[in-house]
Design a protein around this ligand. Structure first.
Ligand code: G3H
Ligand code: 13P
Ligand code: ZN
Length: 293
């Protein structure tokens, strides 16, 4: 059942667990995410970026995602979210497609510009019943920053600025930077836990989101959930699972030319990864004790 992303995250925060927000580019990955959630009876967020709208066609992909959620999830809450909207135009595009949760990512811009655009997005979105995630501090990606010369102190979220941004703009949820990074970009040797504690203390009622979480393992996830992260964003690990299957078919099984056979196996591989992540996020402590079921 399509559900409000903000409420899913608030519920997680209140009860001391986190949810996964998983990126999808297509039908197969969406089915993998929803099927994993249904199997484990766990709420999740399905999210997509502007690139996916460009790739698949705006209403085509949104209707496909909604149809899968509608058909497969029953009464389980599933959120639908625009990830990394970089401009007001993209936000408007998503909202006109019926999306009720959006991210405005202006974190690479100077603080005042980030504040200004985030405020405009909130003013546009809230009257339409749409909730907004902002980002403050930079979660670097390959190609945008040099991973061999990362000045983490410059990139990470300043807790007082985070508080200021939330109070000035009225955003609903906040993506923060504590040494996490997107994709294969090398992360800080250890997340800045004290910084996270300070952000949580200054913003006790704002669900916090951690991007670039594919490579976050048991102890880091446990620590992050304990200290108040309500949502982990995952894309790269799903891409790896999907592509590993495609590589297998193109290398060893070139005689299989029915794309459905290839894609079904890729979908199953992605589902398995989503299941592992859900287990990890909803109860990292049990997971570490090897006791997750
Ligand atoms: O955090 C970003 C996601 O991995 C989405 O990437 O813009 O290629 O869809 P994308
Ligand atoms: P990863 O690709 O590193 O998992 O990050 C995903 C993400 O942050 C999507 O917003
Ligand atoms: Zn991200």
């Amino acid at each position: 059942m399509l559900a409000n992303v903000k409420n899913i995250l608030i519920e997680a925060q209140k009860n001391g667990y986190a949810v996964g927000a998983f990126n999808t580019p297509d039908m197969e990955v969406t089915q993998a995410i929803v099927r994993a959630a249904v199997k484990l009876k766990s709420p999740v967020v399905v999210q997509f970026t502007e690139k996916t709208l460009d790739y698949a066609g705006d209403s085509v992909i949104v209707e496909v995602i909604k149809a899968i959620i509608d058909k497969e999830s029953g009464s389980l809450p599933i959120g639908l979210h625009l990830d990394h909207g970089r401009s007001l135009d993209t936000i408007v595009r998503a909202i006109e497609l019926g999306i009720e949760s959006v991210m405005i990512d202006a974190a690479g811009q100077p603080l005042h510009d980030n504040m200004a655009i985030t405020k405009r997005v909130v003013e546009y979105a809230h009257p339409k019943g749409v909730s907004v995630q902002a980002e403050i501090g930079v979660v670097p990606s390959m190609g945008e920053y040099d991973q061999n010369n990362t000045d983490w102190d410059k990139l990470m979220t300043d807790p007082l600025e985070a508080k200021w941004l939330v109070e000035e703009t009225g955003v609903d949820t906040l993506a923060i930077a504590i040494g996490n990074a997107h994709g294969f970009f090398r992360e800080r040797s250890e997340p800045d836990w004290k910084r996270l504690d300070m952000i949580r203390k200054l913003l006790p009622n704002t669900p916090l989101v951690l991007h670039g979480a594919s490579d976050w393992m048991d102890h880091k996830v446990e620590e992050a959930v304990k200290r108040g992260i309500a949502c982990f964003n995952i894309d790269t690990d799903l891409r790896i699972a999907f592509n590993t299957v495609l590589c297998k078919f193109t290398k060893d099984k070139c005689d299989i030319i029915d794309p459905r056979k290839v894609l079904a196996e890729a979908r199953d591989a992605v589902q398995k990864v989503v299941e592992e992540k859900i287990e990890l996020f909803r109860n990292p402590k049990q997971k570490e004790n090897g006791n997750s079921k």
